[in-house]
Write a protein that binds this ligand. Structure first.
Ligand code: FES
Length: 111
């Protein structure tokens, strides 16, 4: 029977297994001993640097029919000092990072 070998790593540990032609997977116990330990840690980056961090999830809702102005800009860059409204801080953010974020514009429907 022909076997193919493969390896994978989980949480820094390396495991080897063999797969038969019929699709069954058998652990390769002899090859399972740790050889070297490589730890890869992804740095979690927060999109939101500081806005309402005490809340589990930042959610805002707007009744569009009740907008006071004909055009209201809502922040999508998480850098606004008037969040959830856009204060133009995305311009500075875009220049500093090369990003291209901008606001969500809500337009009041003409009556
Ligand atoms: Fe965030 Fe304008 S300040 S989109």
């Amino acid at each position: 029977m022909s076997m193919t070998a493969a390896s994978t790593s989980t949480a820094g540990a390396s495991f080897r297994y063999s797969k038969s032609r019929t699709g069954g997977v058998k652990p390769n116990i002899a090859a399972a001993r740790p050889r070297s330990l490589v730890v890869v840690r992804a740095e979690a980056q927060s999109i939101n640097p500081e806005i309402r961090k005490s809340e589990e999830k930042v959610v805002d809702s707007v009744v569009v029919a009740e907008l006071s102005k004909p055009l209201t800009a809502y922040c999508r860059c998480w850098r606004s000092g008037t969040f959830p409204l856009c204060d133009g801080s995305h311009v500075k953010h875009n220049k500093a990072t090369g990003d291209n974020v901008g606001p969500l514009l809500l337009k009041k429907q003409k009556e």
